[in-house]
Design a protein around this ligand. Structure first.
Ligand code: IPE
Ligand code: IPE
Ligand code: MG
Length: 262
């Protein structure tokens, strides 16, 4: 459901290549690997942290556009399990920034009726940042618009291992039989159990890899890699990618003919 037709019409007026955007179905769930903050800063002779700060503006832009066009779920990869291995100074900056940024964006999230969810191994996040994040998650609890899933201290292998552990405990406790474990039961034990799989996965900054992100859930997602560095990723480009998505044929193993006659 389009949430703000007027804003989209304005965007389409300024960018005529987007004029067809509202005529086809939007992906229900978009996931993004927000990469390239460091390179953006380096190109400008600035410290890496400047790229991370600038990247917050892109988060605001993609959240707004997702909300306006009626995407239901937006999942953002903000900090991976592997990112804990960066220099301590950068880890500290990122943790501080993530907490501050979410708090700073809260009025906008409320205005746009966005509900925030945190996904990841939150036990590793320093208290100061975690309190800010939890506060924002709690504040948006009643919001009914876009669901914004922030993956922080997240990796798919962590999530899959946790799911296996939880399932094993339940089997050992006799709550579930091993034979009853099928794909649906397994998916129910993932951190993302309550959300549908992403229809579209976008990665910025040119690297064509998924870096331990949502490995289970992207089994049939449409993938889009763009060279644009995350801080430069803007609404028109996101709009063009949504349009490209709308022109892809998702066959899910079937033939083209089967899809068209359905
Ligand atoms: C993405 O930008 C932000 C995080 C991974 C936290 P990078 O910091 O990875 O930027 P590059 O890839 O070094 O340019
Ligand atoms: C992926 O970016 C993780 C996030 C965007 C949070 P990285 O910059 O950490 O990815 P790799 O290590 O280069 O693949
Ligand atoms: Mg990177």
């Amino acid at each position: 459901m389009i949430r703000d037709r007027r804003k989209i019409e304005e965007l389409c007026e300024a960018h005529p290549e987007l004029s067809e955007l509202l005529t086809a179905q939007m992906p229900r769930h978009v996931a993004m690997i927000m990469d390239g903050n460091g390179r953006w800063a380096k190109q400008k002779g600035m410290p890496r942290s400047a790229g991370h700060y600038e990247g917050v503006k892109s988060v605001r832009r993609v959240t707004e556009l997702s909300s306006d066009v009626g995407v239901d779920y937006l999942t953002l990869y903000a900090f991976s399990t592997e990112n804990w291995n960066r220099p301590q100074e950068e880890v500290d900056t990122l943790m501080h920034l993530i907490g501050i940024a979410i708090e700073q964006e809260l009025p906008d999230l409320m205005k746009n009726n966005v509900r925030l969810y945190l996904i990841g191994d939150l036990s590793r996040i320093p208290n100061e940042a975690l309190n800010r994040l939890r506060g924002a998650e709690e504040a948006t609890r009643e919001n009914t618009g876009l669901k914004l899933l922030m993956c922080i201290s997240y990796s798919a292998r962590w999530e899959l291992t946790e799911a296996a552990r939880r399932l094993s405990r339940r089997v050992a406790a006799g709550e579930i039989s091993a034979d009853a474990i099928d794909e649906a039961v397994f998916a129910d034990h993932l951190a993302t159990a309550e959300f549908p799989d992403p229809d579209l996965l976008i990665r910025t900054a040119g690297d064509c890899r998924v870096s331990n992100f949502l490995l289970w859930q992207i089994a049939y997602s449409e993938l889009k890699f763009t060279d644009t560095l995350w801080p430069d990723f803007d609404k028109p480009e996101y709009g063009r990618i949504l349009l490209e998505y709308q022109h892809r044929e998702r066959r899910f193993g079937k033939t083209s003919e089967q899809i068209r006659t359905n």
